[in-house]
Design a binder for this molecule. Structure first.
Ligand SMILES: Cc1cc2nc3c(=O)[nH]c(=O)nc-3n(C[C@H](O)[C@H](O)[C@H](O)COP(=O)(O)OP(=O)(O)OC[C@H]3O[C@@H](n4cnc5c(N)ncnc54)[C@H](O)[C@@H]3O)c2cc1C
Length: 397
């Protein structure tokens, strides 16, 4: 394990560039043409269209990116994962969610757990959803009230209610964070629960700002029985597994945000160069061109940071250093992408307020990136803690 960050990757290999090109073609030819249809349908495409996206993704080998090849995935390095996910981020309406994949929590699953859930998920037959947040426990997941009580046999009874369970409405399996009761101890643990099990109840399916493919339902668990084999990654290891999961998910938000900025810059630059008002192209007005220059600078800086985090992960850098760096990438890119979308709306004028325009959709959709997987405030807390514990040099280099 190295303790220093490698230099950001300046050059990609030919194979990496070919992979990026494959992802770009998939996004440009399969996903982007469906954006307006998805917007009109509140994000919910029909089953045959979803199946056709999944077939195209599987044919292009873009599914299950980080999952080892022996489990049906691609076994990508983080740099390869970045190059593909940046392209995925170029599409609105979260259309890349249809590309079959699972969370990285499966790296700690048993072979039996993987066999039951991962290959079907990668074949497009229903994936996973992650249930941590509760009504009274959001930024501080240590405050969860959901319990898993040994049932006297070889299983547990789960009781509690989870909020904002992304993809909970379509998942084949829910990964639920609960405190296993062990005498006077509470052991935060991840447990696999099938959504059709007795006692699982979908109590709300609220509408959100974006029109994405899946919902974020509220799910109640009343005396839901699971076998001991439902524990994933060991009793009491839930928070450690979640930290690792957060690193990749936060980097994912940064990576998708960079793709969004790329697309916004393409769309807005084209528009500014062709739209004429008065005697001039609007690009000739500095009120339009300077915000574009600021967005391009934000995108370039964010890309360097995100690539550095990917290179650190590929080099096996100390996870504690990577954790704060991933927070920086998420914080910087999510806020920069929000600025970029806002500037794009302004450059498009009235069209920037129409849902048929990319700028309008991204302006709505990117807002959640400052909230989920830890709000901007929580990222700042993590970075400030790194400054205190590991010092300035280790935090910023
Ligand atoms: C669309 C969507 C999808 C989601 N998907 C999932 C999912 O799949 N699984 C899941 O488990 N959760 C999911 N979440 C939940 C998400 O992770 C939480 O909403 C988020 O962590 C914030 O928690 P909260 O909403 O309870 O806000 P709170 O924690 O109540 O925070 C409210 C405000 O207080 C601030 N605040 C809180 N604590 C501090 C502090 N210590 N210092 C400074 N400021 C603080 C926050 O930054 C925020 O601005 C999703 C949320 C959304 C909106």
């Amino acid at each position: 394990m190295t303790t220093t960050a490698p230099e950001p990757t300046a050059q990609f290999t030919d194979e990496q560039l070919a992979l990026q090109q494959r992802a770009r073609e998939f996004v440009d030819t399969v996903l982007i043409p469906l954006e307006e249809q998805a917007e009109t349908a509140s994000g919910r495409l029909d089953a045959e269209t979803i199946a056709s996206i999944q077939r195209a993704a599987i044919a292009a080998n873009l599914h299950g990116g980080r999952i080892p090849t022996r489990h049906g995935g691609q076994g990508w390095s983080m740099i390869e994962w970045f190059l593909v996910n940046e392209q995925f981020g170029r599409t609105t309406n979260g259309l890349h969610w249809h590309v079959p994949n699972v969370y990285n929590v499966w790296a700690d699953a048993t072979e039996a757990q993987i066999e039951r859930y991962v290959p079907p998920a990668l074949a497009g037959q229903g994936g996973d959803a992650y249930a941590v947040t509760e009504a009274e426990a959001g930024s501080d997941p240590g405050g969860i009230a959901t319990t898993a009580t040994p049932d006297g046999g070889d299983g547990y009874r789960i009781n509690g209610e989870k909020w904002f369970v992304t993809s909970g409405d379509v998942a084949r399996v829910l990964v639920v964070m609960a405190n296993v009761i062990d005498g006077s101890e509470r052991l935060p643990t991840l447990l696999l629960v099938e959504p059709h099990a007795d006692g699982v109840e979908f109590v709300d399916d609220p509408r959100f700002t974006h029109n994405y493919p899946h919902g974020h339902p509220t799910i109640r668990f009343t005396d839901v029985r699971v076998e001991a084999g439902a524990v994933i990654g060991g009793l009491g290891n839930g928070e450690a597994l979640q930290r690792r999961w957060f690193t990749e998910e936060r980097l994912g938000i940064a990576t998708h945000g960079l793709g969004a900025m790329w697309r916004l810059l393409e769309e807005t630059t084209d528009w500014a160069l062709t739209r004429r008002q008065g005697e001039h192209r609007i690009m000739d007005y500095q009120g339009i061109s300077f915000p574009l220059a600021d967005s391009a600078t934000d995108a370039a800086v964010g890309r360097l940071l995100a690539l550095q985090v990917c290179a650190m992960l590929d080099a096996g850098t100390d996870p504690k250093l990577v954790h704060a760096k991933a927070s920086m990438a998420k914080l910087f890119v999510s806020e920069a992408a929000g600025r970029c979308a806002d500037r794009a709306v302004q450059a498009f004028g009235g069209r920037g307020y129409m849902r048929s325009f990319v700028a309008e959709r991204f302006n709505r959709e990117l807002r959640v990136d400052r909230i989920w997987e830890g709000t901007s405030e929580i990222q700042r807390l993590i970075i400030a803690r790194a400054l205190e514990r590991r010092g300035v040099e280790a935090t910023i280099h």
